[in-house]
Design a protein around this ligand. Structure first.
Ligand SMILES: NC(=O)c1ccc[n+]([C@@H]2O[C@H](COP(=O)([O-])OP(=O)(O)OC[C@H]3O[C@@H](n4cnc5c(N)ncnc54)[C@H](OP(=O)(O)O)[C@@H]3O)[C@@H](O)[C@H]2O)c1
Length: 309
């Protein structure tokens, strides 16, 4: 961004953090643990208590936080939430001073991200897109994979912050590259969960023992880090969410919208989105998206309708 210098080194600078949900809380906690001074804001104020107890300052509003912090990071649910805390009245951009670095780590659409980039450019704000791949447990371990795009100088200045949250960091380009790749990866996660659910239902119908089937699939040529990491959830049939079916449905909408805008056909993703809708309609929206298999078991007559586990 010409004419505007990036702020001083990230680790000397007060960092504002917006969004203390399942992911934002452990990520912000890792910044604190790495010695960064942070000020936090969450729409539901009580969710900030844990971070404040650990030493974070509390901002009464997004605007107050943006006025006080040279670097602001957000981790919120979706497009509506990100638009609300950035472009809308009372958002970061209204209160920001030129030169601020704004990093959004949420999973949102390339289209909204482009609008934010335009607003950032008009205001002299350095805007980094830094969505993450991983889960609540990898977030807690500071081991996320971070996909970044945007101004490279801001990325390099903010590396100490990103390194406190992630183990694998990728700089992908100057614009929406990180947004596209993030939704593409999540689309593959969802389709994988669907395929696995169908495979498990078929194996179950064929009399294969449940735990053994999961172990063998994991050790077969289709085994993957994803399946290894979901093996215990599947074996114990405890679908307490790391990432809910509703969240996955949102990410499919982002991918399908991006594909539609660019005329990239994605028929497998389109069909999988229908089944995510059925998960929500059948009461599984707040279960982990790998609970997909339980719906397949019902459809196949292997389990009574409404069993969910
Ligand atoms: N969970 C995962 O495994 C995972 C992995 C990778 C990426 N992600 C992505 O990371 C992002 C956050 O996910 P999460 O699991 O942490 O979600 P979450 O637990 O539902 O937290 C969402 C956060 O967004 C805030 N928020 C929602 N709507 C808002 C609004 N209109 N204005 C201001 N704040 C708002 C919430 O505030 P309140 O507390 O007030 O509701 C909360 O702080 C999502 O984009 C998700 O797709 C999640």
């Amino acid at each position: 961004m010409s004419g505007v210098s990036v702020m001083k080194a990230a680790n000397d600078t007060r960092v504002g953090w917006i969004g203390l949900g399942k992911m934002g809380t452990p990520m912000a906690a890792n910044l604190l643990a790495a010695g960064h001074a942070i000020t936090v804001y969450n729409r539901s104020a009580a969710r900030a208590d844990a971070l404040v107890e650990k030493g974070a300052a509390l901002a009464p509003s997004v605007a107050a936080l943006a006025r006080d912090c040279a670097i602001v990071i957000s981790m919120v649910s979706d497009d509506a939430a990100l638009q609300g805390i950035t472009l809308d009245a009372g958002g970061v951009f209204e209160a920001a001073t030129p030169g601020m670095v704004f990093i959004d780590m949420s999973t949102v659409s390339p289209a909204l991200s482009e609008r934010i980039a335009a607003a950032a450019s008009a205001k002299g704000i350095h805007y980094l897109r830094a969505p993450v791949s991983g889960s609540t447990t990898t977030a807690a371990a500071g081991a996320l994979t971070i996909l970044a795009s945007g101004p490279k100088d801001a990325y390099e200045r903010c590396l100490p912050l990103l390194q406190a949250m992630g183990k694998k960091l990728y700089y992908l380009g100057p614009a929406e590259q990180a947004r596209y790749l993030k939704v593409a990866i999540n689309m593959m996660l969802g389709v994988t969960a669907g395929m696995l659910g169908e495979a498990l239902a078929l194996g179950e119908r064929g009399g294969v023992e449940w735990a053994q089937m999961i172990e063998v699939i994991n050790n077969s040529v289709v085994g993957s880090p994803l399946l290894a990491y979901k093996a215990e959830m599947l074996t114990t049939r405890n679908f307490a969410p790391m990432f809910t079916a509703s969240q996955m449905a949102k990410d499919f909408d982002l991918a399908l919208e991006a594909g539609r805008d660019a005329n990239v056909p994605m028929p497998l993703a389109a069909v999988s989105r229908q089944f995510l809708g059925a998960m929500i309609a059948s009461g599984r929206g707040e279960l982990d998206f790998f609970a997909y298999v339980t719906m397949l078991e019902e459809l196949a007559g292997l389990k009574p309708v409404g069993s969910h586990g």
